[in-house]
Write a protein that binds this ligand. Structure first.
Ligand code: CAA
Length: 349
């Protein structure tokens, strides 16, 4: 297998950016991690160290290994000054606002070498539009990691309208050298995994709202009733309810009522309850760890039925090439024991 690039830029030192930087550094790459303020950069560097410390505590890494990985990540507020011109790849992982990302892509286009590939970790914004902010749209691609990015093995490689086939292959190879499994997807709102996952989450939130079942009960029922490792409320807290609401709204605007969640997520965001990162959310900070007795089979059934329906639509629309790919994506991106299209995948073989 080929080796990872020697030097890479990651723009955005938030949760996703710092975890992506950690993944690249752990694969042996020198990483320049950039953000707009030193405080944000320092927080990102601390996150890289935290992941290493956790691995040392679990006996997975030696303290020396963790130190070596951490020192491979250099923080900066000025990418140009930090030596971006030596980077063959940049991965952008900033807030999901098109105008912010477009400005970053324009800047990257100016400071990176001509052959460099520009990738976005966007969870649903148009790669085509980002590419057209640069003079190298054929070298712009989506590389969508999953939370926690240091753990989840999937990377969606997203092809925009102008992305060259060679760039898709280069991005897929990069994902592999970072120890991830690439699944190639065609650009559409939400791409593949978020379409399937958020559709399922909305179905469960609607069902829970209708039945009045406690959240812990719904979470237990979903985990017991199918392949997902986490219930819909606990997972919402992990993703971040502001992020989730952002994605859900875009999906509702694109696909309509099947992404209606009965206002459940938005109500929490308005109240400032954003999930784990804010210490309070659906379950975080309320009843975390609680496992109430009871059963909400209806929510679980609707969760998995919605996931299977959305996966089928993605397959029919050519967003993903095969049922196998859709299944792999849900296994490695969301930790499902098996994918939502088990029967279809078997029939294809
Ligand atoms: N951050 C970083 N690392 C974490 C973590 C976190 N929040 N939680 C657990 N880990 C690490 C642990 O350190 C451990 O690492 P090592 O193997 O290196 O030791 C590993 O994950 C397994 O941890 P545990 O055994 O303690 O935990 P687990 O077996 O319960 O797994 C989980 C935890 C990996 C998060 C698992 O519950 C899971 O797969 N959940 C589903 C997550 C999911 O669906 N993610 C996708 C969200 S959607 C998205 O990200 C897309 C988007 O655009 C919004």
């Amino acid at each position: 297998m080929s080796s990872p690039p020697t030097r890479m830029a990651v723009v955005g030192a938030g949760l996703m950016g710092s975890e992506i930087a950690q993944v690249a550094a752990a694969a042996g790459c020198e990483v320049v991690l950039a953000d707009v303020s030193q405080k944000l950069v320092d927080r990102g560097l601390a996150r890289v160290r935290e992941i290493g410390d956790r691995r040392v505590a679990r006996g997975r890494w030696t303290a020396e290994q963790a130190e070596e990985v951490a020192t491979r990540v250099q923080g900066t507020t000025d990418l140009d000054e930090a030596g971006a011109s030596g980077c063959s790849v940049a991965i952008e992982a900033v807030t999901e606002r098109m105008e912010v990302k477009r400005a970053i892509f324009r800047g990257l286009d100016e400071v990176l070498d001509e052959e460099a590939m520009l990738a976005s970790n966007t969870s649903g914004l148009s790669i085509t539009e980002l590419g057209r902010a640069t003079a190298r749209p054929a070298q712009v691609v989506g590389l969508h990691f999953f939370n926690p990015a240091s753990v989840m093995r999937l990377v969606e490689v997203v092809r925009g309208e102008d992305t060259a086939e060679a760039t898709v292959e280069r991005a897929a190879m990069l994902a592999e050298t970072l120890g991830k499994t690439p699944v190639r997807v065609r650009e559409c709102p939400g791409f593949l995994v978020n379409r399937i996952l958020v559709r399922a989450l909305c179905a469960a939130y609607r069902a829970a709202q209708a039945s009045g079942a406690p959240r812990a009960v719904v979470d237990v029922a979903v985990v017991a009733g199918g392949p997902a490792p986490m219930g819909p409320f606990e997972l919402g807290d992990l993703i971040g309810l502001d992020t989730l609401e952002h994605i859900r709204r875009d999906l509702a605007a694109a696909y309509g009522d099947r992404f209606d969640d009965a206002g459940v997520v938005g109500a929490h965001v308005s109240a400032g309850r954003l999930g784990r990162k804010s210490g309070a959310g659906f379950r975080a900070g309320v009843d975390a760890g609680e496992t109430e007795a009871g059963d909400d089979g209806a929510a679980a059934e609707q969760f998995y039925a919605a996931a299977a329906d959305e996966a089928r639509r993605c397959l029919q629309e050519g967003v993903v090439a095969s049922a196998d790919d859709a299944n792999v994506a849900m296994r490695l991106g969301c930790g499902w024991e098996h994918g939502p299209l088990g029967a279809e995948a078997a029939a294809e073989r």
